[in-house]
Design a protein around this ligand. Structure first.
Ligand code: ADP
Ligand code: ZN
Ligand code: ZN
Length: 734
């Protein structure tokens, strides 16, 4: 008997929490090959989902059982090129996230939900063959029709141009109906002619910048760490390297932490290049986002600036990847697909064989370590083009001092003096971090762990102190165990009222608050920045956001209300973050002619790390921290991963993690486990949160174990009713 050919089936990544691909037959009657990277509609359980074809295999290799067919193919050609598909697959594996969900999250929402690929062509009206045959004048007694024909004789025009010329839509429709005019689409235009590249003449580079630019090799993968204080001209180096890239006919990808805060940077890119700069960030509308994404994909845009998720943007002719402020925490996604855009950028540049520039005034310890090991080439900028001298630091001892909602008398006096001199003041509140520890305001005793170089974390609900490194616990004391004082404070509290206090104390000075809430409305933020740039006395109050990207030339005084939270953080990255933050805040002040002062309030003015930072600067401070990390086997010298679990009862969350720990210990002896421990914010939204920390000497052991644990998490009976996630290379270990 004749054997029928065994039909192939397609492997489809479906947005589902299940970590596997699903097999489908081609749609009935569909004869073309469906290329990987194409979106398809597939039946999934009782639903219909948008998935992406990632491969094809013989029917016999598929899971046994009845195969269902793809319902519709949404893309005639693949939406994601193979290289990008592979990059997402790598990241999904590395960060232990289901491929279907990962792919869905890198697509613009409009496309993710199955929307049509945007049509970027510009449609114009032109005379048809019939129209070209009209006599002149064509409509002597119909002046509006005559005007339209006359305009189109000159050249094709868009609907908008015709409207602007006073031609009503009805007239256009009438002539179209007569077959005298027709619509035509222009072809794609590419990313602009190279001779029309620049919109302004760039300044001549100073010596450091020249050396850095000359070192950046544009052919093949090379990684550079561009380290220079705020204002030393890193952005100018990016602009020059991008210019060279564009001249090679290639595209540039620039990642920035937060677009809303870098309008100045964006404006500089727009002024420099005489072509459209693509911008991708979460504040855009769905349609706009999809259009920019498509324009990049078609090579119509030469420079793309974007936040985290832009690292997955489809640039077909990628020529350089730049990550500005590479140390910034916002590059790490903190939920769902927990990737680090900086680390994915490194992988992307490596795979694409293009250069990578990581820039920062305060590089992450990981990056400094990579530079020290020769994986990144360090490029150093030290000259400041035309800027004032580096700011002066001053430590203000808070021990036993009288505070007005966290503001010392010394700081109030300095603020008053600056305002009186018509200068601007930046007051910085460290409001991130719920991780509180206990501090005695009288003697600065802090609740430390007797077994670790670490602070105990306050768990108010259970009224206890807990060490997140070894699990040591004790009851919450009522009095200071060191001096007997009763003024025990939670670090990290009390900042809420600072704004109101400042308003009350300085009623005449305009006060501008900048934080996550105010950044949501971009227009409002621009107006605020404008007000600050107009000059005049003013107080700026803000959180971490103030330390990012923006320059405030009239600010001569920066006050950091509390350095202790960073210094005493139970997170081992706390002091690194503090050093970055203080250095970044300092870099914002005094960039005009007047030198700036930075006041740092702390209960620990003689803390060796704080002293080192203030006296020797960030690089020396970072070296010391790296030595400590090496001694403790912490990243970048060891690798970490977290399994988080939350459930309606603490017991359930804890039980799942205990089961996972037992499974992990049986599977791999190279990985150490800590926990399960309750998260510092143990209960949130009625759910109890627990953590299991995994550590190993290197990433390899963890990467071997994590996929096996993920399978257990999917199938263990303890997982019922528990929400869990895996975090590889966590940035916040709390
Ligand atoms: P960074 O990115 O390191 O903060 P920028 O590139 O923004 O530094 O430079 C700081 C300021 O100095 C900007 O206003 C910039 O226009 C100016 N600048 C940078 N390089 C030069 C140069 N070579 N000549 C003149 N001005 C420069
Ligand atoms: Zn401990
Ligand atoms: Zn005390």
């Amino acid at each position: 008997p004749l054997s029928m050919p065994v039909p192939d089936c397609y492997q489809v990544a479906v947005p589902s929490p299940l970590r596997r691909l699903f097999d489908y037959l081609a749609p009935a009657g569909y004869s073309r090959e469906i290329a990987p990277g194409s979106r398809v509609h597939v039946p999934f359980g009782t639903r219909e989902l948008v998935g992406m074809v990632v491969g094809r295999q013989p029917r016999g290799a598929a899971a046994p059982g009845e195969l269902r067919a793809i319902q519709a193919v949404l893309d005639a050609e693949p939406l994601l090129p193979p290289a990008l598909l592979e990059l997402v697959a790598w990241a999904a594996d590395y960060y232990q996230y289901p491929l279907g969900e990962a792919l869905a999250s890198v697509l613009p929402a409009a496309l993710r939900h199955g929307g049509d690929y945007p049509d970027l062509r510009t449609w114009r009206w032109q005379l048809s063959a019939l129209g070209h045959g009209l006599p002149d004048p064509a409509f002597p007694r119909a002046p509006r029709r005559q005007a339209l024909v006359q305009l189109l004789r000159e050249r094709p025009r868009t609907g908008a141009e015709l409207r602007a010329a006073g031609i009503a839509a009805a007239v256009v429709q009438a002539l179209a109906k007569l077959g005298l005019i027709e619509r035509c689409a222009d072809p794609t235009t590419g990313c602009g002619a190279p001779e029309l590249l620049l919109g302004e003449a760039p300044p001549s580079l100073h010596r450091d910048q020249q050396a850095a630019l000359a070192a950046i090799e544009l052919h093949g993968y090379h990684a550079y760490l561009l380290h220079g204080d705020t204002g030393t001209g890193k952005t100018e180096v990016y602009l020059r390297a991008i210019e060279k890239t564009l001249r090679l006919g290639r595209q540039a990808l620039v990642l920035v932490p937060e677009i809303g805060l870098t309008p100045q940077t964006l404006a500089r890119f727009q002024a420099r290049f005489a072509q459209t700069i693509g911008v991708l960030h979460s504040g855009l509308g769905e349609a706009e986002r999809a259009r920019t994404w498509a324009a990049v994909r078609e090579g119509r845009i030469g420079v793309l600036i974007g936040t985290r998720s832009a690292v997955f943007a489809p640039l077909p002719a990628l020529g350089i990847v730049i990550v500005d402020e590479e140390h910034d925490l916002s590059y790490k996604q903190q939920d769902g697909f927990r990737y680090s855009a900086r680390d994915v950028a490194v992988m992307r540049a490596h795979r694409a064989g293009v250069p990578l520039v990581l820039g920062s005034a305060t590089p992450a310890l990981e990056s400094l370590h990579n530079a020290a090991c020769g994986r990144y080439q360090p490029l150093r900028l030290t000259e400041r083009p035309g800027a004032a001298a580096a700011p002066r630091w001053e430590l203000v001892d808070l021990r036993n001092s009288r505070l007005r909602e966290g503001i010392s008398a010394r700081a109030l006096q300095a603020i008053a003096r600056a305002l009186a001199a018509s200068e601007q003041v930046l007051v910085f509140l460290n409001r991130r971090g719920y991780a509180t520890t206990l501090l005695c305001h009288r003697c600065a005793w802090i609740a430390g762990c007797p077994h670790c170089e670490a602070r105990l974390t306050v768990h108010l609900g259970a009224r206890r102190l807990l060490c997140h490194h070894c699990g040591h616990r004790r009851a919450l004391p009522d009095r200071c165990p060191s001096c007997g004082g009763a003024d025990l404070q939670l670090l990290g509290q009390g900042t809420e009222k600072t704004e109101a206090t400042l308003r009350a104390l300085f009623p005449d000075a305009p006060l501008v608050r900048i934080d996550r809430d105010t950044v949501r409305s971009r227009g409002g933020l621009q107006a605020k920045f404008q007000r600050i740039h107009d000059g005049g006395p003013c107080i700026l109050v803000g959180t971490q956001m103030l330390a990012k990207g923006h320059h405030f030339p009239a600010v001569t005084l920066a006050v950091i209300l509390n350095a202790d939270e960073g210094l005493m953080s139970p997170d081992f990255r706390g002091s690194e973050r503090l050093g970055q933050l203080l250095t970044q805040v300092a870099g914002r002040a005094g960039r005009g002619e007047r030198p700036g002062t930075v006041l740092i309030q702390s209960h620990y003015c003689d803390h060796p790390l704080l002293q080192l930072l203030v006296e020797r600067g960030y690089p020396t401070f970072a070296e010391r921290l790296l030595a400590q990390r090496a001694a403790a086997g912490l990243p970048p010298f060891g690798a970490l991963a977290l399994v988080r679990a939350e459930a309606a009862s603490a017991a359930r969350a804890e039980a799942l993690l205990s089961a996972i720990r037992a499974a992990g210990e049986a599977l791999d002896a190279e990985v150490q486990f800590l926990g399960p421990l309750p998260a510092p914010l143990e209960k949130r939204g009625g759910r109890y949160r627990y953590l299991l920390t995994l550590s190993a000497a290197g990433r390899t052991a963890l990467q071997r174990l994590l996929p096996q644990l993920a399978i257990r998490l999917e199938t263990l009976p303890e997982a019922r009713g528990v929400r869990w996630s895996i975090d590889a290379d966590p940035q916040e270990v709390l």
